[in-house]
Write a protein that binds this ligand. Structure first.
Ligand code: TYM
Length: 344
């Protein structure tokens, strides 16, 4: 069974968009535009699985949208919208809640991390988060999903859900003329030197929005001085840089900074080490500051400019939601027939 190739991915509007989100996801979204039809979504319904202040959610949604646009995503050729404007995401998620098994969701490490010790007090939405994510992707029958390494397990679950739906409803899918399988197996695209950017303070922890120390991450809206300061203060070890990649193996902080340099300059890590092998960190960090300021400075500036015009951003989201909604409605109609819901 072949499906039309389509890319889908999402980013949560939970504040502090950082270099990990940019290099692990958004910059790669931009690169995929030439080859695929792409749908990029600000997943506000995922955001509320943990408490969000209703006065902060709209600006956070617009900020992620601004990051997409400022990075170079074309909202006319592709689709940019926020999740809650297309009700079919929630509708399909319900069907998937009835396909996915408790045991599958119980294995999700992100739920365990986010719920922490007080699991009883976590929202039901946080537990069911991955079924909504599967619905996001599959309501467009998307075939390719660019994400960072931390989303790999959720993508595997989405594949399992697609497969189980196809199996459970096999006879009905065929009876309704949808061929051998209704949903594709969405393929994770987790490639390049930046699939897991680590904290600047601790090379064993991933760079994250929720880490209390702001020095652990570079935010996309940081100004040049702040970026420079954070890189200069980034944790390193006393050795000079190795000239080959295997020399980075037991050195997580060095590995991370080299990965960031590679991703920002668009070359493999090996090439960065050919250039900087034997250099002290002071030298390498200066080069990294220059590169980061050159690449991120204009992006942050453009984001700040764009969020001043919420009317424009909201019009992009509304237009994207209308186009996404048309595709999602088609899928949901078919799903209702397949499942056996009487419909108008
Ligand atoms: P979110 O909002 O936490 O992160 C957005 C994207 O950024 C990537 N990312 C990183 N990549 C490299 N290094 C890091 N330190 C780093 N931190 C974050 C994430 O892997 C992600 O690609 N559940 C998703 C959002 C989502 C989604 C979807 C994604 C909802 N539905 C459907 C794909 C398809 C999330 O919380 O991402």
């Amino acid at each position: 069974m072949t499906f039309k190739e389509r890319v889908f991915s999402g980013v949560q509007p939970t504040g502090n968009l950082h270099l990990g989100n940019y290099l692990g996801a958004i910059a790669r979204f931009v690169a995929l535009q030439d080859k695929f039809d792409c749908i990029y979504c600000v997943v506000d319904m995922h955001a509320i699985t943990v408490w969000q202040d209703p006065t902060e959610l709209p600006p956070a949604t617009r900020e992620v949208t601004a990051a997409f646009l400022a990075s170079g995503i074309d909202p006319k050729k592709h689709i940019v919208f926020n999740q809650s404007q297309v009700a079919e995401h929630a509708e399909l998620a319900w069907v998937f809640n009835c396909v996915a098994r408790m045991g599958w969701l119980n294995r999700m490490t992100q739920f365990k991390e986010k719920a922490g010790k007080d699991k009883e007090n976590a929202s039901v939405g946080l537990f069911a988060y991955p079924t909504l994510m599967a619905a996001d992707i599959l309501v467009y029958r998307a075939t390719h999903v660019p994400v960072g390494e931390d989303q790999k397990q959720h993508l595997e679950l989405a594949r399992d859900i697609a497969q189980k739906f196809n199996n459970d409803f096999d006879a009905s899918i065929k009876a309704h003329g949808f061929g051998e399988a209704f949903f594709p197996q969405p393929e994770p695209l987790i490639t390049g030197p930046a699939t897991r950017i680590m904290s600047l303070r601790d090379g064993s922890k991933k760079m994250s929005k929720s880490e209390p120390s702001d020095y652990s991450r570079i935010n996309l809206t940081d100004d040049a001085d702040t970026i420079a300061q954070k890189i200069r203060k980034a944790k390193t070890d006393p050795e000079p840089l190795p000239s080959e990649e295997k020399g980075l193996d037991p050195r997580p902080e060095a590995d991370n900074l080299v990965g960031i340099y590679a991703a920002l300059s668009g070359v493999p890590k090996a090439q960065v080490l050919t250039q900087f092998g034997g250099a002290q960190f002071s030298v390498f960090k200066s080069a990294l500051v220059d590169l980061a300021v050159e690449k991120l400075g204009p992006l942050g500036g453009e984001m700040k400019r764009m969020v001043q015009d919420p009317v424009y951003i909201d019009s992009v989201l509304a237009d994207g939601a209308a186009r996404a909604g048309a595709i999602a409605a088609e899928t949901m109609k078919a799903v209702k027939d397949i499942v056996g819901f009487v419909r108008r």
